[in-house]
Every structure is written in structure tokens, then in C-alpha cells.
Design a protein around this ligand. Sequence first.
Ligand code: GDP
Length: 444
Amino acid sequence: MAFEGLTERLQNAMTKLRRKGKISETDLKEVMREIRLALLEADVNFTVVKEFVKVVRERAIGSEVLDSLTSSQQIVKIVNEELTKVMGETAVPLNKSPKIPTIIMMVGLQGAGKTTTAGKLALKLKKEENARPLMIAADVYRPAAIDQLQVLGRDLEIPVFELGTKVNPVEIVRQGLAQAAENKNDYIIIDTAGRLQIDENLMDELAQIKALAAPNEILLTVDSMTGQSAVDVAKGFNEQLDVTGIVLTKLDGDTRGGAALSIRSVTGKPIKFIGQGEKMTDLDVFYPDRMASRILGMGDMLTLIEKAQQDFDEKESAKMAEKFQENTFDFNDFLSQMDQLQNMGPMEDIMKMIPGMANNPAMKNVKMDPKDIDHMRATVYSMTPQERENPDVLNPSRRRRIAAGAGRPIVEVNRMIKQFGEMKKMMKKMNSGNFEGMEGMLGK
Ligand code: GDP
């Protein structure tokens, strides 16, 4: 999982504070030192770390957390807010042209995920806006890049303009734009060539394409797994091309987090999307606040619900979101969601998006067995309709009956009911905007 080390170290620092009760100046110094080390170890840019620590310290002192009983909660709150700020505060939408077409130029090094992201973005626009994008295959250098885009286009039923690898990329773009005008495509996504590193020829070619196409958006794709070097690459591209946004890919891998936390400060350009998997639906809008919660191990319920909306039947997922909000989610809903949940990806990743789960020691090495889901389902099936609607009636004798009916040990049934109850409690706190409640989830 991404950010694992960072999350763990930040949480350890916070847990130590919580144990102290009142916080002295020395304690504050110590926690700041630990936050600094955690960030450096996660490969966050040194200048960004220095500034971050300075601001958090100043705010902590300014807000009189010292000698206060709620100080650790306030520090978590400050860290959360500053993490959000360093990543850009709010989501920045795609730049769109007031009249069609909107032209998006994808740039980035080879292997960063540029071609894949071009396909993901085209699909997103098609699905969410009913758009009719055209993709232009202008990467004539990487073997198979054009084929790759064509295959994506075929699978997604999105047209691809290409002239093979023998034609100059600028010419390909010129003709592609003409074709899009003829077909009245509303979005044009240009997949340009990458190189193994930034070089002059590449930048010249990209500058020419930029001059010709006058794109509304130049999206730089960078691989989050490459940490600091992703940040250097972003800086280089931005200086030469003045990019308008960044796509951070491979956040589903075990990236340490450095790129996500540094890139905005270093380049001044917003992260607009994040790639979280190889599937074509694995592209998400980047929300700095949600990412901060995720880094702090507080879960990311909103992304979970949105993911559900993508993969689930729309009506079903709207119902689920509402139930979460109203806190009326019961075992019947639990049951009806289970099948669909299984389609959303590895269960352990999904679980970690639930508040309180990511830092739960039990989650550390958890690998959810599909059999576990079957067991849970069997357990819920053994409940009466009344029990499913109102788990409060589940007294010991009812639990024994359910365990026997499902063929599961009673301890397992008890555990599941308990976890369900805790999840509901957490929802209630979140829905009432109770930050302190969430903070309570950090550490034990
Ligand atoms: P390009 O050279 O920049 O066009 O890179 P590609 O689009 O060919 O991507 C390189 C590899 O990274 C491919 O195997 C992709 O499937 C993979 N990839 C791209 N984005 C992601 C992502 O968000 N997560 C994961 N796990 N893999 C990705």
C-alpha cells in the first residue's frame, strides 16, 4: 500500500503524544523531529519538509497547545490541514475550452503511464460527460506505443488518429486536429512521445506541438514510485513547457509518498488526477484533503463511495451513500453490497479506506480471503429480517443460533457484529463533522 511507512511513523509520533496528556515544549520538539524524519524518509523534498515542520510548529505554539489537555488532537488537526495545504488545498478541475474542442496534451517520460492515462482520461470524459474524444497517437519513438493506444481505443470504443511511426509527430498532430474538426470531436487527447530522460530534442518537439495545437491543458504524467526523481522530472518539464497540471500514477503501488507531497510546492502546478491501478477505470480526481486523511491513516470514505459509484449500479450506490450519511446502513444493505464490493478490487485495499481501518493493527498484514466474504454472507443469511434491520436485538442466544445456522464459530459472529457496530459509530462521528472523534482513531 502507498504511504504505509509514512502513515505508520506519523501515527507513532501522534500516539506517543497522546500518552503524554499535557504536552511540554520538549514533547513538541520531539514530535516535530519525528514528523520531520518521517517525511524525509518518505522521500519528501527537503525544502518542503523544512517549511512544513516550521509552519506546523508555529501554528502549534500559536494555538497554545502546550500544557493543554487536547493538545495532541489539535496537533493532528494542524498536521492534517498542513498536509492538505502542501498538496494544494482543493481539487483543481480540468481546463476546458469555452467552445469545442478542448485540447489536452499528454507529456511525460517513457513508462510513466502517459498512454495508459490518455486512455483512462478519454474513458472518464466519455462516461461522465458523454463526450466524444479523439485520441491522437503522436508517440512515434516508443515501440508499440501507437499499437497500445489503438488497442485501448478499440476496447473503449474511442477513435484513435494515427499515421504510423514514419511521419513527423508535429505533422501527425496537424492532421489529427483537422480530422477532429471534421468529426466535431469535443475533446482531443494527444499522446506525445516520452524519452528515458528529459532531452533537448524531446522538448523541442513538444514545444512545436504545443505551439501548433495551443492546448487548453498540458498534463504531465509522472510515476509516483520514482519519488524525488518524479519531482525533478516535473520541475524540468514545467520549466520548458509550462504545464497546466500533473497526473500522479501508480499510487496503488507501495510508493513512499514523496512525490505526492512535494510536487505541488516545487512546481507550483496542481496535481489534477491520480492513477491508482492498471484498469481503465483507475483514474481519480485528486483531492488534497482526502489524500491527507489517507496519509494520516484516517481512511477515505468519500473516495470509497465514489469508487462504489463507478463500479456499482448507480441507484444502488446512491442508496448506499445516503444510508451511510443517515447512518441507517443495516445488515441487509451489508449483504446486498458484498457482491459488488468484491468487484472493487482487493478487499484489503478497500477496507483501508474505511476510517479507522488503515491503522488498525489487525489490518497490517491482512489478506482478505474471498472465503471470508462467503462466511460473512452466510452469517447474515442466518439472521432473521428483524435482526438484519436492527442488530441491537442480537443477544447471546440469537448469536448462538446464527453461528450454528451459518456453521461458523460464535467468536467470529461476535467479531463481525462488533465491527459492524464500530463502523456505524464511526460513520455517525464523521457525519456530524466531529474531527476529534476521528482523531481518536489514531493509535490506541
Ligand atoms: P508511457 O510510456 O508513459 O506511455 O507508459 P504506459 O502508459 O505504457 O505505462 C507504463 C506501465 O505502467 C504500463 O504497464 C501501465 O499499465 C502501468 N501503469 C500506468 N498507470 C498505472 C497506475 O496508475 N497504476 C499501476 N499499477 N500501473 C500503471
